[in-house]
Design a binder for this molecule. Structure first.
Ligand SMILES: NC(=O)CC[C@H](N)C(=O)O
Length: 210
């Protein structure tokens, strides 16, 4: 008997989803993905990226993740997979990495890009280290999601192709905190820390067999 090929072309196969494993809640994202119907593997090397159908970029520090992905030779492979339409979910710093434009970035900070959004880093104010709220997210059934924000960004501008799935009121404005553009999904908050895996299930459905 031959072994089944990897990937979502196999009917009923679990999508193979990588978690960028240079910094952040890698273990928690892998557990949330596994319990949402995916096979989750860490990605630190270009060869590991080549084996996955989709990718999660965890939160952490976007400047550090930017530097480490360049050090590990992952930046160009990541950019080309994103350009080829690989589904990617970015949480917090991961949202920043997916954004085409950053406000309040470090000098020399680069993103991978792909999402037609402008994000503001540490947007809720440096004095507000973290906060939580209940948030209705379009596409997530079963009531509000507990959203845990940790030095989080928000979306300040977005293009016509970007769907806003959730927003919060801040400083008199409505600021998107969950956005989707085709195969790319981003949240300002950290769903991996709450034990509620519905955001991961939404992403697994985006990554899985049609
Ligand atoms: N929890 C997080 O991912 C924080 C993001 C961080 N403030 C940054 O700019 O990268």
């Amino acid at each position: 008997m031959t072994s089944a090929p990897l990937g979502s072309s196999v009917p009923g196969a679990r999508p193979r989803i990588g978690v960028l494993a240079v910094q952040g809640d890698v273990r928690e994202h892998r557990a949330a993905l596994e319990s949402s119907g995916a096979t989750a593997t860490p990605v630190r090397r270009p060869e590991e990226l080549a084996e996955v159908d989709a990718l999660v970029i965890p939160g952490g520090e976007s400047t550090t993740i930017d530097k480490l992905t360049r050090t590990f030779g992952l930046r160009d492979p990541l950019r080309s997979r994103i350009a080829d339409g690989m589904p990617v979910y970015g949480s917090c710093a991961g949202m920043i990495l997916l954004a085409d434009r950053i406000l309040d970035g470090h000098r020399d900070q680069q993103t991978l890009g792909g999402l037609d959004i402008t994000v503001r880093r540490n947007a809720f104010g440096r004095q507000v280290d973290s906060h939580e709220c209940d948030l209705e997210v379009r596409g997530v059934e079963g009531g509000p999601v507990r959203a845990v924000f940790i030095r989080a960004p928000w979306v300040e501008e977005w293009g016509d192709g970007v769907e806003v799935l959730a927003a919060v009121g801040a400083k008199g404005e409505t600021r998107p905190v969950v956005v989707r553009q085709g195969p790319l999904l981003a949240t300002s908050f950290h769903p991996e820390v709450t034990g509620d895996h519905r955001v991961h299930r939404l992403f697994v459905a985006m990554a899985g067999p049609a």
